[in-house]
Design a protein around this ligand. Structure first.
Ligand code: URA
Length: 296
């Protein structure tokens, strides 16, 4: 895929202003025609004037100027009444989705959706989630208005890896790894692409006991000595290469290890930004976006 597809692609000035979500097309035209819009050194009064945008980071809604690497060579900066206008033609946002929100743009029954977590300005920009995380799932969710790249990233053809941290009931064992890897598991009668599982930890505990106190397999022996059968939970990383409905939950349930908690920690080569608390989001950097594009 062409990584540079957005660079130097001329765009109409009124469309650029409208894409910020701050003005309607009509308002943008009025602003331009009344001489309030400057591009680089000069006033531009033609709403249809084509402006070359030089980098994606020039393009941003909101005013988060810290994220921009504006350099002196850039002579196409746009100002309205002297204020630098930050815009992004194709917006890419990384969110740390909290549990309790639907991965949807709206819900007919009024349930909270991930778009509710964005600013009012961003909500106007036709963003949608790239794939889905279940309502009770957390972690890395991309939001964009770039249908073309989103489609590629989600296409089973491209096998973009998604990594999930999971906690399941029961003890994950070698045969679970083999079963997931085999490519012989079926969901809805259709074979799943091979998935990888990396077991991180087995917890042993008794009901009503703090799960975190007896969390290592060494201590499992001590538990067994007491004669009481401990409950077991396992932590693991699951790597999927497609995104079917409830895929992680259904694959693990088929192995008799129901998922108790799921958080997406990586999408393609993008790890979840550890600085993002649940509900937080930020724009992807140019570099991250280029990496994503390259991956597809
Ligand atoms: N698989 C699931 O079962 N749920 C998710 O939210 C993501 C992957």
């Amino acid at each position: 895929m062409d990584n540079n597809k957005n660079i130097n692609k001329p765009e109409r000035l009124d469309k650029i202003l409208t894409s910020t979500g701050r003005w309607s097309r009509k308002e943008a035209r009025n602003l331009i025609q009344s001489g309030r819009v400057r591009v680089g050194g000069g006033i531009v009064r033609n709403p249809a004037a084509k402006i070359e945008t030089q980098t994606q980071t020039q393009i941003m809604t909101g005013g988060d100027i810290n994220n921009l690497n504006i350099n002196n060579k850039n002579n196409n900066l746009i100002f309205v009444d002297g204020e630098l206008i930050l815009y992004r033609r194709e917006i890419w946002i990384m969110m740390n989705k909290p549990a309790g929100y639907l991965s949807a743009t709206e819900d007919g029954r009024g349930a909270p959706v991930v778009l509710d977590l964005l600013t009012p300005e961003l909500r106007k920009l036709n963003l949608f989630p790239v794939g889905r995380l279940d309502k009770d799932s957390e972690g890395l969710l991309l939001l964009t208005n770039d249908g073309q790249l989103a489609h590629k990233l989600l296409s089973p053809k491209y096998h973009v890896e998604k990594i999930y941290y999971i906690r399941v009931s029961g003890r994950l064992i070698e045969s679970d790894i083999t079963a997931l890897k085999s490519g012989e598991m079926r969901l809805d009668g259709k074979l799943c692409l091979p998935a990888d599982l990396k077991i991180l930890k087995i917890h042993a505990f008794h009901k009503n006991q703090d799960k975190n106190k007896n969390n290592l397999s060494g201590e499992l022996k001590a538990e067994l000595k007491t004669g009481l059968e401990p409950e077991l939970e396992s932590e693991a990383l699951l790597i999927l290469r497609e995104g079917r409905y409830h895929q992680a939950k259904r694959m693990l349930a088929a192995l008799g290890k129901p998922v108790l908690y799921l958080k997406r920690v990586k999408f393609g080569n993008l790890p979840l930004d550890p600085d993002l608390k649940p509900g937080d989001f930020r724009f992807l950097t140019d570099e991250e976006l280029n990496q994503l594009s390259r991956r597809s």
